[in-house]
Design a protein around this ligand. Structure first.
Ligand SMILES: [Zn+2]
Length: 276
C-alpha cells in the first residue's frame, strides 16, 4: 500500500510537472499584432529612393507602427510621425519637395485608446531608426525600455544634438537581440539606411513569421530590384542587410511587411483588427 502510494505520488508529480511545462509554453510567445496607422503622405519624386527609376513621379507612402501583445507585456515597434502633425490642417511639408509630405489622419494615442491600452501599459519600445517618421512619439512612453542599436543612439543629430532624451531608459544593442528570450520577437540588425538601422522578426501563432522591414527597404520594386536610396548612410551595408533579410525570410518561412509600401499596407488588416 505504501509502495502504491509512493508510485501514485511519483506519477502525480510527473503529471503536474508536465502540466506546469505546458502552462508555461502556452503562456510564452506573441499573442497578437496590431498594424497602426502612423502616417500617410505623398513622396514628391520617387527616384529619390530608386536612383534613375521613375524620375519626377510622385507616389503615395504610408507609415506604420506595430503593437505586439506578448505574454509578458505590450511591445511597440516604431512610433511614426509625431501625433502633433494630426493638428496641422495642411500636414507637414518636407524641406525638400522631392521628399514625403506627411499627414496624420489618426493619432497613435487615439489608436491605443481604442484598444484600451494606456501608454504606461507599453513596457518596451523599439525603433527601426531615428528618422522623424519613426521616432515621432517616443516620449509618449517616457518609462518604456527603448531598444536601439548603440551605433544609432550615438549617431550625432543635427547640431550634434542627442537622438533621444538622455533620461529615457535605454538598452543599447550591438547586433541582433531576442527581446523576450523565447525567439518570438527578435530585433535583427540591418544597418545601411542609417548607421544602426534594425528590423524585427515576429513569430505569430497562426499567421506565422513576419519580418517588419523598417526602412531597410521602402517599397516592393526596390526590394525586387535591390534599389538603394541615394540618401542612405551606406550603400554596401544596405545591400548586405537586404540579403540578411532575404536569408531570414527563407530560414523562417517569413513574410516581409514593408513599412512604407502603401499597396502592401492596403492589403493588411488595420487595428483594431489584428493578426494572431
Ligand atoms: Zn528612414
Amino acid at each position: 500500500m505504501k509502495l502504491m502510494g509512493a508510485f501514485f505520488a511519483a506519477t502525480l508529480s510527473i503529471v503536474l510537472s508536465a502540466d506546469h511545462v505546458h502552462a508555461q509554453s502556452t503562456k510564452a510567445g506573441v499573442e497578437r499584432l496590431y498594424v497602426l496607422n502612423c502616417g500617410e503622405g505623398v513622396a514628391g519624386d520617387i527616384s529619390r529612393w530608386s536612383p534613375g527609376v521613375n524620375e519626377g513621379k510622385s507616389m503615395d507612402f504610408v507609415d506604420n507602427c506595430y503593437l505586439i501583445k506578448h505574454a509578458r507585456g505590450w511591445f511597440l515597434w516604431d512610433t511614426g510621425i509625431s501625433d502633433t502633425v494630426a493638428t496641422m490642417p495642411n500636414g507637414l511639408p518636407p524641406a525638400d519637395p522631392r521628399a514625403v509630405y506627411w499627414h496624420r489622419p489618426k493619432t497613435l494615442a487615439s489608436q491605443l485608446e481604442q484598444l484600451g491600452v494606456a501608454p504606461s501599459d507599453v513596457k518596451a519600445v523599439a525603433i527601426s531608426h531615428t528618422h522623424a517618421d519613426h521616432i515621432g512619439n517616443v516620449e509618449m512612453f517616457p518609462n518604456a525600455m527603448l531598444y536601439v542599436q548603440k551605433l544609432e543612439y550615438d549617431w550625432p543629430g543635427a547640431g550634434n544634438a542627442p537622438r533621444f532624451k538622455p533620461e529615457h531608459p535605454v538598452t543599447k544593442l550591438e547586433g541582433d537581440r531576442d527581446v523576450f528570450g523565447d525567439g518570438s520577437v527578435v530585433i535583427v540588425a540591418t544597418p545601411g539606411h542609417t548607421p544602426g538601422h534594425q528590423s524585427l522578426l515576429v513569430k505569430l501563432p497562426k499567421t506565422g513569421a513576419v519580418v517588419l522591414s523598417g526602412d531597410a527597404v521602402h517599397f516592393k520594386s526596390n526590394w525586387e530590384n535591390r534599389g538603394v536610396p541615394a540618401n542612405n548612410f551606406n550603400k554596401e551595408e544596405t545591400l548586405t542587410s537586404m540579403q540578411k533579410i532575404s536569408d531570414t525570410l527563407t530560414r523562417e518561412g517569413a513574410q516581409l511587411w514593408i513599412n512604407h509600401d502603401k499597396a502592401q499596407r492596403d492589403s493588411l488588416k488595420m487595428s483594431p483588427a489584428f493578426y494572431d
